[in-house]
Design a protein around this ligand. Structure first.
Ligand code: PMP
Length: 441
């Protein structure tokens, strides 16, 4: 690998990555010509693959017209059309769309809208946003306050007001049957208990990822969980916020993952797959009654300069058109089922794989030292780092996280673009087999 030149750039660590040259479909090439299969769509972003001609053409057309119109000076057709389309894809009543540039901004906006709704409706004492542990909702201080991932939150605890957390429904760790509605009830009732403990009159909202992302590794809620959460929120006047930053945009086989359980939130956040990596874009979608109450009360005190950027909105609209015209959600369902079955098949060869989970093409596997007890691998193995590096060597990109709240456990998201074919599944499984063999040596 050509060593990357010294750089003024920095992110989390000093680690440097290969220099990207180009990307097409599910593949990416570095400047040495090495090819990688993008087995995690970046960070579950590039849902329709790279360099999609429809999106590039839509962006080119928009660029020739205008690339920026400040939202307080101009409306743009691109933002109008994408808002209309987004509302049409959202649950009934969720008619209002607020554009942002990414997932953290979408979550931040949802929390602030919820708070202003409480103020507008004479419930100023409601401010607590309950969330789950583990969870990840973003890196800005508001989104971080509801994030259940102590390695990322601890340094900032003194600067924010950490919010109450309930355990995520990880039935596979607790030895419970996720297909039994009693299991869903067991975990959902932890929300009710927490609302009562906090004082229902102080609880503003509950935020949840319908299908978990990086922090839980594609956690699918147990039977009955989502519906019961909705009931509990309604019972106590608590707003339900769905964080569909990763699960939204079609990857699970539905545009919003909560559609699998036919449950509608009051507010939702979407980003990543929304413009699928073609532009920084996200949205908060909210129920009409919430937005109308806040606007009637003097307006929504919140905003971002790049909100509704026409180039990003043109990209977002073309992404949705591509998903719909090419049947990519159907493909995500079919290829997702195939890939999940093939990943589960690897469990025969690799006892180190403790669990395979997910929905559509939002899939993950978890490594353990004892499958029956789901004992995590010792930290020193650093599997979450090493397997990713080894797979890189084999031209396969996967995405890893510490699974047990950030301190131990290793899970890996395997989430290729929704255009993936049977042959790509073969290639992923082959790359993973070689990589796991190498990890075990
Ligand atoms: N919520 C969820 C569920 C996410 O997965 C992420 C990103 N991993 C975010 C929020 C934050 O999004 P961003 O990194 O675009 O700010």
């Amino acid at each position: 690998m050509t060593a990357p030149p010294p750089s003024h750039l920095f992110y989390q660590t000093r680690r440097r990555r290969p220099m990207l040259d180009q990307a097409r479909g599910v593949y990416m090439w570095d400047v040495d010509g090495k090819r990688y299969l993008d087995g995690s769509s970046g960070a579950m972003v590039c849902n329709i693959g790279h360099s999609n001609p429809r999106v590039l053409e839509a962006m080119r057309r928009q660029m020739e017209k205008s690339t920026f119109g400040y939202r307080l000076h101009f409306e743009t057709e691109a933002a109008e059309r994408l808002a209309e389309k987004t509302a049409a894809l959202s649950p009934p009543g969720m008619e209002k769309v607020f554009f942002v540039s990414g997932g953290s901004e979408a979550v931040e906006s949802a929390i602030k809208l919820a708070r202003q709704y409480a103020l507008a409706t004479g419930e100023a004492q409601r401010w607590k946003v309950i969330s789950r542990y583990p969870s990840y909702h973003g890196s800005t201080l508001g989104a971080l306050a509801v994030t259940g991932y102590t390695p990322m939150t601890a340094p900032f605890d003194a600067m924010m007001r950490p919010m109450p957390k309930i355990p995520a429904p990880r039935a596979y760790l607790d030895g419970l049957d996720a297909s039994d509605p009693e299991t869903g009830r067991h975990y959902a009732d932890k929300l009710e208990a927490r609302i009562l403990e906090e004082g229902p009159e102080t609880v503003l909202a509950f935020i949840v990822e319908p299908v978990g992302g990086a922090s839980t590794g594609a956690l699918v809620p147990p039977a009955g969980y989502m519906a019961r959460i909705r009931e509990i929120c309604d019972r106590y006047g608590v707003l339900l916020i769905h964080d569909e930053v990763m699960s939204g945009g079609g990857r699970t086989g539905r545009f919003f993952a909560a559609e699998h359980w036919n449950v509608a939130p009051d507010i939702l956040a979407v980003s990543k797959g929304f413009a699928a990596g073609y532009a920084p874009l996200g949205a908060m979608v909210a129920h009409d009654r919430i937005v109308e109450a806040v606007l009637d009360d003097g307006g929504f005190i919140h905003g971002y300069t790049y909100a509704g950027n026409p180039l990003a909105c043109a990209a977002g609209l073309a992404v949705i058109e591509e998903i719909e015209t090419q049947g990519l959600m159907e493909n995500a369902t079919r290829i997702g089922a195939l890939l999940k079955a093939r990943l589960a098949g690897l469990m025969n060869r690799f006892p180190i794989i403790g669990d395979v989970r997910g929905e559509g093409l939002l899939l993950a596997f978890e490594l353990v030292s004892d499958r029956a007890a789901m004992t995590p691998l010792p930290r020193e193995v650093k599997a979450f780092d090493r397997l990713v590096e080894i797979a890189y060597g084999h031209g396969l990109i996967i995405y890893s996280r510490r699974t047990r709240g950030g301190h131990e456990g290793d899970h890996f998201l395997v989430c290729p673009p929704m255009i993936a074919t049977d042959e790509h599944v073969d290639e992923i499984i082959e790359g993973l087999t070689l990589s796991l063999d190498q990890l075990m040596q």
